[in-house]
Design a protein around this ligand. Structure first.
Ligand code: HEC
Length: 194
């Protein structure tokens, strides 16, 4: 710093003087570098001056990944459990407890804590929109009714929990929770438990 000389400004405020020294080169370098980088970055990514269209790339990736997932599902179809196992589960305390736990976590937001119906239908009455046999219930839960707001759970939950959910729902058939949603669908006689 031999060739360096402090530059004092003229003004004086109660004896306080001010330097007018330039900022160090490295600091200005970072400032200008960041400024130029941000303009190039914005132009390239946000305004698509670059040849590479980020949105198109993102869409193409998403489509490719969906196709991969679909190919996996096609190769590994979801096998429904046996109806007897689902009905047997409806008499087995641990399975009912497991199904209930999952139901409270995942389904109660739409079907109510006691499955009395909220956004989704009441699951304790004898009326069903998509069939009340345990295999039909399994099918509805696994595939969902996306157009009507019932999500498909077949790939989101493990098979034992899907089965436990059906057993739990079968076990609360005919329970009469408070504030039930009015019945929807056709009456179905529940299958007898083994
Ligand atoms: C985002 C809201 C939502 C969630 C979460 C949800 N459901 Fe549903 N569910 C619905 C709606 C809405 C329907 C009615 C579909 C129709 O009208 O066809 C339905 C229908 C059903 C049916 C068919 C009822 C019938 O009458 O045939 C079953 C069984 C069912 N849901 C079980 C479940 C289970 C089990 C879960 C948790 C894993 C769950 N639902 C989570 C909204 C939901």
């Amino acid at each position: 710093m031999a060739d360096y000389e402090d530059k004092l400004l003229d003004h004086d405020l109660d004896g306080i003087r001010e330097y007018d020294n330039p900022l160090p080169g490295w600091l200005m370098g970072i400032l200008w570098g960041a400024l130029i980088f941000s303009i190039l970055y914005l132009g390239y990514y946000a305004l698509s001056f670059g040849t590479d269209d980020g949105v198109a790339e993102y869409r193409a990736d998403t489509i490719a990944q969906r196709a991969e997932v679909q190919a996996y599902f096609d190769k590994n179809p979801l096998e429904p459990p046996a109806a007897e196992d689902l009905l047997g589960g409806a008499k087995t305390a641990e399975i009912i407890a497991k199904g209930k736990e999952r139901f409270i976590k995942t389904c109660a937001s739409c079907h109510g804590e006691a499955a009395q119906g909220l956004i989704g239908p009441n699951l304790t009455d004898d009326r069903w929109l998509h069939g009340g046999q345990v295999l039909q219930i399994f099918n509805t839960i696994a595939k969902g009714v996306p157009a009507k707001g019932m999500p498909p759970w077949g790939r989101a939950l493990p098979p034992d929990e899907l089965a436990a959910l059906v057993s739990f729902i079968r076990s609360i058939q005919g329970s009469t929770p408070p504030d039930p949603k009015p019945p929807e669908g056709v009456a179905v006689l529940p299958e007898p438990l083994p």
